[in-house]
Design a protein around this ligand. Structure first.
Ligand code: UDP
Ligand code: MG
Length: 317
């Protein structure tokens, strides 16, 4: 196999403090790999500005003007990190490359692991997923919720490796397959795991964020997790049905009991607390199930409208 032309894609949202340094550091890695004859010297970096409100795009333009190996795409507005990565994958597929690595703008992921990614690619892997050695840099809250999310996903049947973020290499072949999936709210971690291509795993260390603060808040993490679940598994819907059945059975038994009580013992209505509790439990469960089904209806709604995943503003090739 020929040595590959590598593209590195970086989603950027308000990353003016990081990207210049990140690009510089990634070129150190790229030049090192070129000197070792592991990648072609036409390898390049592709930055996706996800509708930043700061100077991110100006910096990308400057970097592009001083080095044509820096390419970029600007979104009209913020579409979120998954869309930015997908746009990057599609962008470099159009420009041309043999494999592509996605990495965060804050360089939290150890950039030297890219060499191991390439080694695995040369051994025949179409997908190389980076697995973090630890979550030392994450807060206790993020650690636990992330773990819960991966556990839930695995129980629900979407076998995504825990502690894998979107730091991964994908081959040209995987990019071609991605093109066949028009669904809008694609969850990349689930997707690349599901297509069944030969996958390798590489461990890497996580560093603290280079500068600035995390661009994810509680709500955006919840949205990511919820999309991950509802776009990959219908098991929750089945659970709702099972729960409904159990509840109905329970209601039937309670109903029979009430009738017997009334007919035989004719006891007066002193079950006030019981009825309040029961109506709360049933009402709450129903609302929860309705909300859950609503999430899936929302997925269908978004997909049916078939709006574009993202809107391009400017592209620098
Ligand atoms: N990001 C993005 N769009 C968003 C939010 C984040 O493109 O709406 C990018 C961000 O610039 C970074 C990557 O996604 O390159 C990961 O974000 P961050 O480092 O803030 O997340 P954390 O590491 O805290 O999970
Ligand atoms: Mg980060």
């Amino acid at each position: 196999m020929d040595i590959p032309q590598l593209a590195i894609i970086i989603p950027c949202y308000n990353e003016e403090l990081c990207i210049a340094k990140t690009v510089e550091q990634l070129f150190v890695v790229i030049d090192n790999l070129i000197s070792k004859n592991k990648i072609k010297d036409s390898s390049y970096i592709y930055l996706i500005d996800d509708g930043s409100k700061d100077k991110t795009w100006n910096i990308i333009e400057k970097l592009h003007n001083s080095d044509q190996r820096v390419k970029g795409l600007k979104f009209i507005t913020n579409f979120g990190n998954q869309k930015a990565i997908i746009a990057g994958l599609e962008g470099v597929r159009n420009i041309g490359c043999d494999c592509v690595v996605s990495i965060d703008a804050d360089l939290q992921q150890d950039e030297w692991a890219i060499e191991k990614f390439i080694d695995e690619y040369m051994k025949g892997a179409d997908i190389v997923s980076g697995i973090r050695n630890n979550r030392k840099t994450d807060s206790f809250f993020k650690k636990t919720t992330a773990l819960m999310f991966y556990k839930t996903m695995n129980i629900l049947g979407a076998k995504i490796p825990p502690n894998h973020s979107d730091y991964r290499l994908v081959s040209k072949r995987a990019l071609d397959i991605l093109e066949l999936y028009p669904e809008k709210s694609l969850f990349l971690r689930g997707f690349f795991n599901e297509v069944g291509l030969k996958t390798a795993y590489v461990n890497f260390d996580v560093k603290p964020r280079m500068a600035g603060e995390s661009k994810f808040n509680f709500m955006s993490l919840m949205a990511l997790a919820l999309n991950g679940i509802t776009s990959y598994s219908v098991v929750p819907l089945r659970l709702v049905a099972v729960l409904g059945f159990i509840m109905a059975l329970f209601g039937f038994v309670a109903g029979v009991e009430t009738i017997i009580e009334k007919l035989i013992w004719n006891t007066s209505p002193n079950g006030w607390a019981t009825s309040i509790i029961l109506s709360c439990v049933f009402g709450g469960t129903q609302l929860f199930c309705l909300g859950l089904i609503g999430e899936y209806v929302g997925q269908v709604f978004r997909e049916v409208k078939a709006r574009p995943r993202y809107l391009k503003d400017i592209e620098l090739k």
